[in-house]
Design a protein. Structure first.
Length: 490
């Protein structure tokens, strides 16, 4: 049986322009240039004056008071007679919108960064292999071993798998002893420890290349060979008893092992995988007054194409409006709309970034003046969202992907947000203040008797911070500080 009934639903639907703004807001400065270039390639009605030749006409695009969310249905309107050509024609004397945001001296940003020319880790090994007179078969095996190494210099691929690879891909039939012989040769290459199949072998290779007549080296080799687990767990008392060593001898042995490189491949590895960080903001301290500027890379000089505007002028004067002309003008209108929306989204992005960062700067004013983490106030996303009258999700998008450069370093905005902790006298402080105290306590501890989490908890309670031991352990782990046993030194 069918029934009819009325139902009301409250739906929130984002316009294409709002979606475009949200996506642009998340883009960091380092990727904004690429995003703008993509839009310039896709939309011929959008131009960058900095890329134009001197002979090209330079029209301008007026500032619009409305944001991109105010353009709701122009691209969906199929009525050709409702076009308002004046909406697309601008006065050439109007100032370009981006000049309002080119604040700050960005000469440093324009300097080219020199690139060091150096061999990669694998190229260095290949060059060493090329210098050794080898048979064709041994040379192929050597290349196969080098190509099978991980970035940290270890050979984790089984020898049997390499033998199969040589048979199928190189048509070279070899025995396991042939591969082992070439592996031993490559293990003699620099850096020491290369080609090892595990940590023990890596450390032993390095120790064997030292003075094996030195008794400390001999004892270090014994520790690595037979007591590596006790050494990594810092069970020094067990090592003293097992090896019959006094504390001074054990200290020399331990220091000798600690000087070895557990990841020899990293020594010459070119760090091309590191992401370049370009700060979105700059904060400078001018005699106790903080000055905030937006990176000029966030303000590309974009404008609507003059040639596309002239198409509308031509359409406005044309008497005959045939179907083909209407289709052409519809295409031009869509491109002009898209160009205007993109420029407005860029402008709104700039305004939102400045508004958000300005609120964060004033909220954490004492911290930005002193660089003292103990001056950092508890701050959550809602605090900033309420100050700038924006949604929490908007503040989150800014905080999670933008960086600010200060006189004491470059930081992700997210790092300035922290939870509140209440002291015994009822004052609310940032958990970053507690972390700083923990870091200082651990940094000044006696490394022969490092402070356990229970002792750290007691120290904090003495200072008025009533925090549970598990919270201390959580903060310690967040700062990548190991437990007391692993911080122990001789």
């Amino acid at each position: 049986m069918l029934k009819q009934h009325l139902q009301q639903k409250l739906l929130q639907k984002l316009s294409p322009q709002q979606i475009q703004f949200i996506k642009l807001l998340q883009v960091p400065t380092v990727a904004l240039d690429t995003r703008v270039k993509e839009e310039l390639e896709e939309n011929p009605a959008l131009e960058d004056p900095s890329l134009m030749t001197a002979d090209e006409p330079k029209g301008e695009y007026d500032d619009l008071n409305d944001g991109p969310e105010d353009y709701e249905s122009s691209s969906e309107d199929n009525s050709m007679d409702e076009f308002n050509v004046d909406d697309y024609l601008q006065d050439d004397s109007a100032n370009d919108y981006s000049t309002n945001y080119n604040n700050g001296d960005d000469d440093e940003e324009k300097k080219e960064t020199p690139i060091a020319i150096e061999s990669t880790f694998f190229e260095s090994l290949q060059e060493q292999l090329d210098l050794i007179p080898l048979s064709d078969q041994d040379f192929i095996i050597g290349k196969q071993i080098i190509g099978s190494l991980d970035d940290d210099g270890y050979l984790r691929r089984p020898l049997s798998s390499m033998i199969d690879d040589l048979a199928f891909s190189q048509n070279v039939m070899v025995e396991e002893e042939d591969v082992l012989e070439m592996l031993r040769l490559i293990q003699s290459f620099d850096p020491p420890g290369i080609g090892a199949r595990d940590l023990k072998e890596c450390l032993l290779i390095q120790l064997k290349r030292k003075d094996t007549n030195n008794p400390i080296i001999v004892k270090a080799m014994n520790v690595v060979e037979n007591y590596l687990d006790e050494f990594t767990r810092k069970h020094y008392d067990k090592l003293e008893k097992s090896l019959n060593l006094d504390s001074e001898e054990l200290k020399e042995v331990v220091n000798e092992i600690l000087r070895l490189n557990p990841k020899p491949g990293d020594a010459n590895q070119v760090t091309t995988k590191q992401m370049q960080i370009i700060p979105d903001f700059h904060i400078s301290n001018n005699d106790g007054v903080l000055i905030l500027t937006l990176n000029s890379k966030n303000a590309p000089e974009l404008k609507v194409s003059r040639s596309y505007q002239e198409m509308f002028e031509h359409y406005d004067k044309a008497s005959a409006k045939d179907k083909k002309l209407k289709e052409a003008v519809q295409f031009v209108k869509q491109k002009l709309d898209s160009a205007k929306w993109f420029i407005d989204a860029i402008k709104q992005r700039q305004q939102t970034l400045l508004k958000t960062m300005n609120a964060i700067m004033h909220y954490q004013y004492e911290y930005f003046l002193t660089a003292d983490e103990r001056k950092m106030r508890p701050m959550i996303l809602k605090d900033i969202a309420d100050k700038i009258d924006m949604d929490i999700s908007t503040v989150s998008r800014v905080a999670n992907s933008k960086y600010v450069q200060t006189e004491f370093g470059t930081f992700l905005l997210k790092s300035f947000f922290s939870e509140a902790i209440q002291t015994e006298n009822g004052e609310e402080v940032s958990n970053k203040e507690v972390k700083k105290i923990l870091e200082d306590c651990i940094g000044n501890e006696d490394k022969r008797k490092p402070l356990a989490d229970e002792k750290l908890t007691d120290i904090l309670k003495e200072r008025g911070y009533n925090i549970a031991r598990r919270t201390v352990a959580k903060y310690r782990e967040q700062m990548n500080i190991p437990v007391a046993r692993l911080r122990k030194e001789l």
